[in-house]
Design a protein around this ligand. Structure first.
Ligand code: 6PG
Length: 472
């Protein structure tokens, strides 16, 4: 019997689409799912001429694969991944490779890598971004883990990934759970940028009275300029979508409560853990939480009146300023996420190649944007750049936008429009670019009440003062 090159466990939309993508690129592939219906759909929908088979028997699935087996997992993160591994472990042989392509928590991935290594099995954590369409026609792929295993699957990954300037949007992201870590941070940035876009929308819509048709035009212009990105592009199209039920625009009928699956929260938790400031990502996570207080917000809005919104005098100028503010804010969101990767790479010895991270985010993924090209150039000049803001060309860009951000925020504050994300961007920027922060006072307070000591500007060493006695 002819053996299949690859196996796919989990034939939901993402698994099926990734499988078809692999098959369309000339690899034979067998799929496993317990759901008979999904197997039927898989076989019916395969491109003619591709070699695809489905089964609901794990034994049959494993026996169909060439060795060392290369099996991709696309099942929900958490317990389902452990359940699959538990069931399949005894059927596999030394040297086989399992690739978890879901949004797994990186600490789970580290544990699984170690567990399976005891049996001589390779386990790779691999971030896949781009949603259903991306999986089918070219995602951004973030594999990490054992280098030997990576090389075994590399030709397939390069074939199925999105391409930018002829280069595949996939590269080795580093050791152990590096692939899932990079994907987690990708999602943290995704949360931040989505939050910032929603704030820009609010400023233009409630602040400057722009209707959906006008918003469509603004986002169209933005997408044709330096803000060009996947998220701006889909936002543009959202403003056009009509609602069959009411005949109005769909966006106006959607409840203002955002869900989340947890990757943004993990990014924030991780930043606290590793000691990296990512306030814009934190604000995006908090904003989703705030959005869930729908009933309380309705109650509070009656209790606390807001200033009447005074629309800007010059709408065109305002649109430009909001666009500039959004551009800078987007940039700072990437800055924070990338700074987290720099620190985590050292902390966990992942050896994450930052230059390759921004390179493979240029296409296929949800946060793809023209800005990534600029970052790629910056990392090409200095692969060890600790913070994007320290790059000369980027600093020029940033400087050209700061005034617009300040003006936009002045408008938002005086009109009572919440801009949690944008506020953190400016606060982060102002703090990061201030040589002397008021933290001398915090050190004095800590030493005053807890004898925690402090350092001095003019002398080396650690000092403690008997504060009360000096003052009496
Ligand atoms: C991607 C997306 C994808 C998914 C997010 C949504 O890169 O393709 O990030 O992974 O859409 O997990 O996350 P929330 O449900 O938490 O918003």
């Amino acid at each position: 019997m002819e053996k299949y090159n690859y196996g796919m466990i989990g034939l939901g939309v993402m698994g099926r689409n990734l499988l078809y993508n692999i098959a369309d690129n000339g690899f034979s592939i067998a799929g496993f799912d317990l759901d008979q219906q999904k197997i039927k759909e898989l076989e019916d929908g395969a491109t003619t001429g591709t070699v695809v088979a489905g089964t609901d028997s794990l034994e049959e699935f494993v026996s169909k694969l060439e060795t060392p087996r290369k099996i991709v997992l696309m099942v929900p993160a958490g317990k389902p991944v452990d359940a699959v591994l538990e069931n399949i472990k005894s059927l596999l042989s030394k040297g086989d490779i399992m690739i978890d392509a879901g949004n797994s928590y990186f600490k789970d991935t580290n544990r699984r890598v170690a567990d399976l290594a005891k049996q001589g099995l390779h386990f790779m954590g691999m971030g896949v971004s781009g949603g259903e369409k991306g999986a089918r026609f070219g995602p951004s792929i973030m594999p990490g883990g054992d280098l030997e295993a990576f090389h075994a699957v590399r030709p397939m990954l390069e074939a199925i990934a999105a391409k930018v300037k002829g280069e595949a949007c996939t590269a080795y992201m580093g050791k152990d759970a590096a692939g899932h870590y990079v994907k987690m941070v990708h999602n943290g940035i995704e949360y931040a940028v989505m939050q910032l876009i929603s704030e820009a929308y609010d400023l233009l819509h409630r602040g400057a009275n722009l209707g959906n048709e006008q918003l469509y035009e603004v986002f169209k212009d933005w997408n044709n300029g330096e803000l060009n990105s996947f998220l701006i592009e889909i936002t543009r199209d959202i403003f056009k979508q009509k609602d069959p039920a009411t005949g109005g625009f769909l966006v106006d009928q959607i409840l203002d409560k955002a869900g989340s699956k947890g990757t943004g929260k993990w990014t924030s938790e991780e930043a606290l853990e590793t000691g990296v400031a990512i306030p814009t990502i934190d604000a995006a996570v908090a904003s989703r939480t705030l959005s869930s207080y729908k009933e309380e917000r309705a109650q509070a809005s009656k209790l606390y009146s807001k200033p009447e919104i005074t629309a800007p005098e010059n709408t065109d100028l305002f649109i430009t300023e909001v666009g500039d503010a959004l551009f800078l804010a987007t940039m700072i969101s990437y800055t924070q996420g990338l700074a987290l990767l720099v620190k985590a790479s050292k902390e966990y010895q992942f050896q994450i190649p930052l230059k390759d991270v921004v390179k493979i985010w240029r296409g296929g993924c949800i946060i793809r944007s023209s800005l990534l090209e600029t970052f790629y150039e910056a990392y090409s000049q200095d692969p060890n750049l600790s913070n994007i803001l320290l790059n000369d060309s980027i600093s020029m860009l940033v400087k050209s936008k700061v005034a617009s951000l300040r003006k936009t925020l002045a408008f938002a504050t005086s009109n009572g429009i919440s801009t949690l994300g944008l506020q953190t961007v400016l606060a982060y920027f102002d703090a990061y670019t201030t040589e002397n922060l008021p933290v001398n006072l915090i050190q004095a307070q800590r030493d005053y009440f807890g004898a925690h000591t402090y350092q001095r500007k003019d002398q080396e060493g650690v000092f403690h003062t008997q504060w009360e006695s000096t003052n009496q």
